[in-house]
Write a protein of this length. Structure first.
Ligand code: GLA
Length: 388
């Protein structure tokens, strides 16, 4: 069930693909990573804290500047090609190119004058698994625009543009976590992000542990509407507490307003308020190298997401159980928006080889599903790939 540690896409394979499609070498190769969130789920749009890490799976793009302000993207994985004129974006098309078009739109709204390019794209970020393949695509496109246009690489500005593309062009009301970690990741570190100030604090991943992502192979369904519902419930809970966001609500205040708020809003808010505290505690635990405490906080995060925020599924719960029963597991929780996708497990570094098949077998016995495991390293954010 193990997927190769780093899937076989390389700078050389992207150059070769570009040459085959466009008959010349690309001027640059850029790449932007996917991410796994260690803890801090559904807190970004509540002005809270998150702690993701960028992972060694990337959206790769070979690019060559064009002089006519057209963007053409050839996707190897989708075996598809799409193009658009920067001067005439019209509206969304309802497919994958919208992430690139939406980003061009958002950057133009920010008064950037963009040049066009030809691109060949290939990705090792699993799609729809909750590992932010779309944010990685957006940040690869952002890195490409910076490479061909007269613009500086500013991870925060690019992440904001990516979020705006999702919110206003693609129609997904996401927070800023995914774009920000794909743009601003740091090798060897998770990043504690304050989603209000957008301050990013790198926290070294303890050497004694490995991060294993376990893909249930189930995909999100109804995620868009359920996700937006959760956002609405969180805002309503904040209003009931007289606050602009749940970041400003204390556990005591939440208890006081409990009756007025109704049970569902209370439980949603309880998750967010407690998760924000857990995320800060997790950052401290990592700095102290207290991996047992980090694992416990991850376990508690899953309970809260399952019972209070209600974004887990039977498959995700079964995977969490399977992971916790496997050798070396320190903690496990669903990661990303929920409703399907992946579990992140913290595993004692020496036990990964025993952990993966054990967790996989118990999960299959419980569900009949075939999972995949990705052993993930924390990597840098979007960059020009100078060598393999
Ligand atoms: C998705 C969104 C993020 C965040 C997570 C849940 O990944 O894109 O902004 O809200 O869900 O933590």
């Amino acid at each position: 069930m193990f997927e190769p540690k780093v899937p076989p896409i390389s700078r050389a394979s992207v150059v070769q693909g570009f040459r085959k499609r466009y008959g010349a070498d690309p001027e640059s190769v850029v790449r932007a990573p996917g991410r796994v969130n260690l803890i801090g789920e559904h807190t970004d749009y509540n002005d809270g804290f998150v702690m993701p890490m960028a992972i060694d799976r990337w959206v790769w793009m070979g690019i060559r500047r064009r002089n006519d302000r057209w963007v053409r993207v050839r996707s190897i994985d989708l075996d598809a090609e799409s193009s658009f004129a920067l001067g005439d974006l019209e509206g969304p098309e309802g497919d994958w190119i919208d992430y690139a078009k939406g980003l061009a739109w958002a950057l133009a709204e920010d008064s950037h004058v963009l040049s066009g390019f030809d691109a060949l794209v290939s990705s090792s970020v699993p799609v729809g698994a909750g590992l932010s393949s779309s944010a990685a695509f957006e940040m690869a496109v952002a890195r490409a625009f910076v490479a061909v246009s007269d613009m500086a690489w500013d991870p925060l500005a690019m992440a904001r543009a990516g979020q705006r593309a999702e919110n206003e062009w693609v129609g997904v009301n996401c927070g800023i976590m995914d774009q920000l970690i794909s743009a601003g990741g740091r090798a060897g570190h998770a990043i504690l992000i304050d989603c209000r100030s957008l301050e990013m604090t790198p926290v070294p991943l303890p050497r004694r542990v490995a991060v294993v992502v376990l893909d249930t192979s189930t995909r999100r369904e109804l995620a868009g509407s359920e996700y937006n519902d959760r956002r609405t419930q969180c805002s309503a809970a904040a209003v009931a507490c007289g606050a602009t966001s749940l970041r400003d609500v204390s556990p005591a205040q939440l208890d006081t307003e409990r009756a007025a708020m109704g049970d569902a809003s209370f439980r949603r808010a309880q998750h967010v308020v407690s998760e924000t505290n857990r995320t800060l505690s997790a950052g401290d635990a990592m700095l102290r190298d207290d991996v047992a405490a980090l694992g416990r906080l991850m376990n508690e995060s899953h309970r809260s997401l399952r019972d209070d925020f209600e974004v887990s599924t039977p498959a995700l719960d079964a995977m969490v159980e399977a992971a916790r029963a496997a050798p070396g597991c320190l903690g496990a929780r669903l990661t990303g928006a929920g409703f399907g996708g992946c579990v992140v497990a913290l595993v004692a570094a020496g036990q990964v080889e025993a952990f993966v098949p054990h967790a996989g077998k118990s999960f299959t016995a419980a569900t009949g599903l075939t999972p995949t495991a990705y052993l993930c390293e924390p990597v840098a954010g979007a960059e020009i790939a100078a060598s393999d």
